[in-house]
Design a protein around this ligand. Structure first.
Ligand SMILES: *[C@@H]1O[C@H](CO)[C@@H](O)[C@H](O)[C@H]1NC(C)=O
Ligand SMILES: *[C@@H]1O[C@H](CO)[C@@H](O)[C@H](O)[C@H]1NC(C)=O
Length: 397
């Protein structure tokens, strides 16, 4: 009897599903749709970036302080940050679908013989560190890996998978020049940081044939904290200074245009390219160097987010959304997919290392860390989203 039903099932279920999938695949990638219940079928990608954090008291982190890939100042369990169990009990629940927790063995099997690279600043390093610690659950033989311009990384021998991080905080090449011969140095300028807007930093200049998946970012270095007036960024194109000289923000626009064009052109079409949007900071009561604090026990409420982050309110943490507008504009029409991890992270004022930095004088010297994230913690949710997006894109071709 069952065999008689099979052709009917094919017509009634599978064929319409294919048609549906074909239809959805012609829509923008973030189109929201309920999860398909047919096994072995990847549901059309939904909007994983809109949702809420729900407390799930039995939820546990997948790794602990003994992961060998930790960076000391983010190893919050070892540094005895208050509240770590609670921080890791919040689950991100998208509005219209499920976010699966990454299955380390399943993901590594899917990626067998493939490599994932992160290029950008320490927020991407924070992301990669979480990814390495999560995947190590699926391959205890994971080893540290460092090659081809990589700052750090991990190799998973059971699956022949490599994860690497290429540090390139501005993405474009930049270097210190004490006495720039081409430029008349204004009073008070000690030297410049020359930025070649059309040349990628050497750390990721030659990785095009190695990675199957890449995740880019840049953002929080584009400020006067990092490059004050005495040591400014000066932008060059085609080997010559851009005239009239560009302000930092205009320089960022030109760098984004050039780097996005370079990524589009230099990497093979089959390489999956993502750009992760800004990681929001949570300095309360002042900037990082003005005793700004993030000793919070709970995520923010949705109704609080605009007062923290809307640029119109001119708060200490406004730049994430400002940068995102610019980046999203430059990514339009390119082969690079956007990972909008900003909104979900905006809630999590409770999940930064804050005063628990693992070194006695760190807070006095550097202030609280309300920018990077505790591990385990919020970046593990970024990993779940990235893994689901990779799986979706690989399986759907
Ligand atoms: C491991 O993967 C690389 C691609 O990253 C491939 O070139 C190599 O042949 C693989 N090695 C084995 C032993 O499968
Ligand atoms: C930060 O706090 C310390 C100690 O409470 C105080 O001495 C200092 O003036 C504060 N700095 C700022 C910028 O508020």
């Amino acid at each position: 009897m069952a065999s008689k039903l099979t052709p009917q099932i094919i017509t009634c279920l599978i064929l319409p599903t294919f048609l549906l999938l074909f239809f959805y695949s012609t829509l923008p990638p973030l189109y929201t749709t309920p999860t398909s219940k047919i096994p072995n079928f990847t549901p059309p990608q939904c909007n994983l970036f809109k949702g809420q954090w729900i407390l799930d008291p039995i939820r546990k982190s997948m790794y602990d302080s003994t992961c060998p890939f930790h960076r000391n100042s983010w190893n919050c369990i070892r540094n005895q940050r208050a509240n770590m169990d609670r921080i890791n009990s919040w689950k991100w629940v998208p509005e219209d679908c499920d976010l699966d927790r990454v299955d380390p063995v399943g993901f590594l099997s899917l990626m067998r013989g493939k490599n994932v690279g992160f290029v950008g600043d320490s927020l991407n390093e924070n992301f990669l560190t979480a990814f390495m610690c999560v995947l190590r659950v699926g391959d205890g033989g994971a080893k540290k890996w460092k090659r081809k311009g990589a700052w750090k990384g991990a190799y998973f021998p059971k699956f022949n998978v490599t994860l690497g991080y290429h540090r390139a905080v501005l993405l474009a090449k930049y270097e210190w020049q004490a006495k720039p011969p081409e430029l008349s140095v204004q009073d008070g300028v000690k030297g410049i940081y020359r930025v070649d807007v059309d040349i990628p930093a050497v750390d990721w200049a030659n990785i095009a044939d190695f990675y199957d998946v890449l995740v880019f970012n840049t953002g929080h270095w584009w400020g006067f904290d990092k490059f004050p007036k005495e040591t400014p960024l000066v932008f060059f194109k085609g080997g010559r200074p851009i005239l009239p000289p560009l302000e930092m923000w205009d320089g960022l626009k030109v760098v984004l245009e050039n780097m996005v064009a370079h990524i589009d052109k230099a990497f093979p079409k089959k390489t999956l390219k993502f750009w992760r949007l800004q990681s929001p900071r949570h300095f309360h009561g002042g900037e990082w160097n003005q005793n700004g604090s993030c000793v919070f026990d709970e995520p923010l409420q949705e109704s609080q987010l605009d007062s923290w982050f809307d640029p119109a309110n001119n708060g200490a943490n406004k730049e994430a959304r400002k940068l995102n507008h610019l980046i999203e504009e430059k990514l339009k029409g390119t082969s690079i997919k956007t990972l909008d991890l900003t909104h979900l992270s905006e809630f999590r004022a409770d999940a930064h290392p804050a005063i628990w930095l693992g070194k006695k004088d760190a807070v006095a010297v550097w202030g609280q860390d309300c920018m990077h994230w505790c591990l385990p913690g919020v970046p593990d949710t970024w990993v779940d989203i990235l893994a689901q997006s990779i799986r979706y894109n690989l399986e759907m071709g």
